[in-house]
Design a protein around this ligand. Structure first.
Ligand SMILES: [Zn+2]
Length: 430
């Protein structure tokens, strides 16, 4: 209660000194929840609905946290987004949201527990939201839990977070018996996991060999299913087929999967989350900050230059595989938060993906892969009011994904850049 009173007086002060618009925004953000009964009408000339359709000259009606209607006659208009491209908030199915650089500027991973680490994680969440991502799935770090819950409880602004908490690392026989693996999956559920992450391959830099047997993978993915949890499997080469046969839900990376593996995934409905470029480009951009920290050697960096074209090649084959469900995921680590949309550019420019399909991969397909298609990923009545706008048309110029000028999540507006102030790069970087 005391906290609330302090927040209210801070708002009054910002209202006294601020201009009216800033005051209203501050009040909305401090509560992180829409005012009860409030109705917001958004006017748009182009809406990409997240399912592959474009709507023109219409209005989106938002009531409380949800989209109430699509009604061209709705009035009065609160936000005039005509001339922009409006679409559902993006979903990043693979973002290490608590992965930071430490005080010394070097890679500090995602296990930090200092105040600086906590602030940095909050900053990662903020810049990710500002970049148009209203939901992210983290492949797991125990630090995700307090961040996820603080955002869900309205204490911090950020994307909705789903997390695997602690991944299952394949270590051959040492991983355990199928029964032990099942127990581990149940343990993650008890710890609050939204999804189970499984490492079934070595690093691609070490050859990408399998680290779990078929029997072990079967146990992990079957137990997760029994616990009503989805599975994300870090897999290269042979592990792609093994994870698909084990009934796992989503394959991460997938480098060196064969055409037959991709076909099998399409048949089985297994989602593929490949990374076309941001992750490796980010490592190369921040080489000094990663080099010498655990897992990052000169040899590793040399290998990355070879892996980049392999990943482009995978995306080129994946987009040509009929029926394969490709999900948007960036593998964002320190240095990449807030730049997640760069991955769209790589997928379209280097992977040959159709731009509308690239948008859908981060909207309805990602929502479906997260088991949340009835809540997010489309501009449709009854869904969460997660709505963003781009200054430009991503179907004609994919770099428009860098210019996110409006962000609403759950009916709360977090970003609304005035026309005159639209910067060249509206994404932000800590
Ligand atoms: Zn990752």
């Amino acid at each position: 209660m005391e906290g609330k009173a302090v927040m209210r007086s801070a708002n009054i002060i910002s209202c006294i000194f601020g201009i009216l618009g800033v005051c209203a925004l501050a009040q909305q953000i401090s509560s992180q929840a829409p005012a009860p009964g409030k109705r917001i009408v958004i006017a748009a000339s182009t809406v990409l609905d997240g399912r592959g359709r474009a709507l023109h000259d219409t209005r989106i009606v938002v009531e409380n946290s949800k989209i109430a209607a699509i009604d061209a006659k709705a009035a009065p208009v609160d936000y005039d987004l005509r001339g922009l491209t409006v679409l559902p908030g993006w979903i990043d199915a693979h973002a290490h949201i608590t992965w930071n650089f430490g005080k010394d500027g070097k890679n500090a991973g995602m296990g930090g527990t200092t105040q600086e680490d906590a602030y940095q994680s909050a900053s990662n969440a903020w810049v990710t939201l500002m970049a148009g991502f209203t939901t992210v799935q983290s492949p797991g770090a125990p630090n995700d839990l307090p961040l996820r819950d603080a955002i869900a409880n309205g204490k911090l602004p950020g994307p909705r977070i789903l997390t695997a908490v602690e991944p299952l690392f394949g270590r051959g026989e040492k991983t355990g018996t199928p029964e032990e693996i099942r127990a581990y999956v149940r343990q993650q559920k008890a710890a609050g996991a939204d999804v189970i992450k499984i490492f079934a391959s070595q690093s691609i830099r070490q050859g990408g060999g399998m680290t779990l047997s078929q029997e072990q993978l079967n146990a992990a993915c079957d137990e997760a299913k029994k616990q009503s949890l989805r599975t994300l499997v870090h897999a290269y080469k042979d592990a792609v087929r093994a994870a698909t046969l084990a009934g796992c839900v989503e394959i991460e990376h997938g480098t060196l999967a064969t055409d037959d593996d991709l076909k099998l995934m399409a048949e089985k409905g297994t989602y593929l989350d490949p990374q076309a470029g941001l992750i490796i480009e980010n490592y190369l951009l921040h080489k000094e900050q990663y080099l010498g920290t655990p897992g990052y050697t000169e040899e590793g960096f040399a290998a990355m230059e070879k892996i980049l074209p392999m990943n482009h090649e995978l995306v080129r084959r994946a987009v040509k595989t009929p029926g394969l469900k490709i999900v948007f995921g960036t593998d964002a680590v320190a240095g990449a938060h807030g730049r997640n949309a760069e991955e769209f550019i790589d997928r379209v420019r280097d992977g040959g993906q159709d731009p509308m399909q690239a948008m859908v991969s981060a909207n309805s397909i990602a929502a479906e892969a997260l088991g949340m298609a009835d809540q997010i990923g489309s501009v449709a009545p009854g869904l969460q009011a997660d709505i963003i706008a781009l200054d430009g048309d991503p179907l004609k110029d994919i770099t428009a994904v860098r210019r996110v000028v409006f962000v609403m999540k759950g009916g709360v507006v977090y970003k609304h850049v005035s026309r005159a102030a639209i910067p060249v790069y509206a994404g932000v970087q800590p």
